[in-house]
Design a protein around this ligand. Structure first.
Ligand SMILES: [Zn+2]
Length: 132
């Protein structure tokens, strides 16, 4: 097998084989999340069809939990799709905010992560409510 010269463009990119692994992990998790959303939606339909079997307070609580679980799943699905789009666009592993390379350890921990540590921390300090 011949060794080929690495072009400047290739040298700037993260290792493509790690993209393949990330892509497979993203696709596998995406299937799980879609399955969980389907189960959550069915459970939600079941509980709303028989309101007389539960008292209103607990039914509302169940709906709240189901709703927040479904919201969390939807947000995760969106992040997974974004990461898959970044792979397709050749921009995977680069911070969506500052464009810096996201460290491999961070991507290995969560292949859908879209910000470097610095931008993630800055984003969280902007969005988290003030504690009194
Ligand atoms: Zn950044």
């Amino acid at each position: 097998m011949q060794s080929r010269q690495t072009t400047l463009k290739e040298a700037r990119r993260p290792a493509p084989q790690s993209w393949d692994e990330s892509r497979l992990r993203l696709l596998a998790e995406r299937r799980e999340v879609i399955g969980a959303i389907a189960v959550n939606t069915l459970a939600s339909c079941d509980s709303s069809e028989n309101p007389q079997e539960s008292d209103c307070a607990s039914l509302d609580q169940i709906r709240d939990v189901e709703y927040s679980h479904r919201e969390a799943l939807s947000r995760r699905l969106h992040k997974l799709d974004d990461a898959l789009e970044r792979i397709a666009a050749g921009a995977y592993g680069l911070c969506a905010e500052c464009g810096a390379r996201i460290v491999d350890k961070r991507l290995a921990n969560d292949p859908a992560v879209s910000f470097c540590v610095g931008c993630q921390a800055a984003s969280e300090s902007r969005t988290s409510p003030l504690t009194l």
